[in-house]
Design a protein around this ligand. Structure first.
Ligand code: GRF
Length: 222
């Protein structure tokens, strides 16, 4: 049984997709905690429909000497909830904050030599990291774009890539078409990851000692 937690900041469509998938396989996967840093975010009612409550843990800046202290405090609170529910894997689903090395360390898995925290990013990394993957790809005029599911490290969208899905920009695509196709691919890719996880097929391999760090997921269900 894999115990999964979700962090989400906004609309929550990825969180809902993850939740729906997990609920199909109650013997293998369990969604044990969902946290948002944004009180009143859409993710709250969205998961409520599926009987899942979302804990609101807002970021508080006041009362702390520095931003770093405020961030530490916020992460400690989130960690406490995740640990209380014995979360093993953390799925970031539109979570708009960068997690610190210390937080990630709490989910470090020696055997895999990675932290068990994954994120969905709306671009084919390493192109267009940051908050506006689709916007920047669309504005740039790329013909091929896509989505990336990656392990999270302390950088901005720099962690080892697990899955990618590429998409074609069609000639007459509106922004809505472009983004909508991307979102659908995000759901698909997250499901792929969860499938590999629930089947126990996630096998990671380090290659190129001392060089770039590649992580390969089992090809079976890709
Ligand atoms: C998604 O496009 C995700 O890739 C990006 O932010 C968006 C969140 O959407 N990081 P939602 O909250 O999952 O609906």
């Amino acid at each position: 049984m894999k115990r999964i937690g979700i962090l989400a900041s906004g609309r929550g469509s990825n969180a809902e997709n993850i939740c729906k998938y997990i609920q199909r396989f109650p013997e293998e996967l369990q969604l044990v905690a969902v946290v948002t840093d944004t009180p009143g975010a859409q993710v709250v009612p969205r998961l409520g429909q599926w009987g899942v409550s979302v804990e609101e843990i807002p970021f508080q800046r006041e009362g702390f000497a520095s931003y770093i202290d405020a961030k530490k405090n916020h992460e400690q609170k989130i960690l406490k909830t995740l640990q209380h529910h014995q979360v093993e894997w953390v799925c970031l689903a539109g979570y708009m904050r960068i997690l610190s090395r210390g937080f990630l360390q709490e989910f470090y898995c020696k055997e895999l030599a990675v932290s068990k925290v994954v994120n969905i990013h709306p671009s084919l990394l390493p192109s267009f990291p940051g908050r506006k993957g689709y916007e920047e790809a669309f504005a740039y005029g790329v013909k091929i774009y896509g989505v990336t599911l990656h392990l999270v490290d302390a950088g901005v969208d720099t962690g080892p890539i697990l899955f990618q899905e590429s998409l074609q920009r069609e000639e007459n695509d509106t922004w809505e078409d472009f983004q909508g196709r991307g979102l659908a691919a995000e759901y698909k890719v997250y499901q792929k990851f969860l499938e590999v996880l629930r089947k126990g097929e996630l096998s990671l391999r380090k290659e190129n000692d001392g060089g770039k760090f590649f992580v390969l997921a089992s090809s079976k269900s890709i």
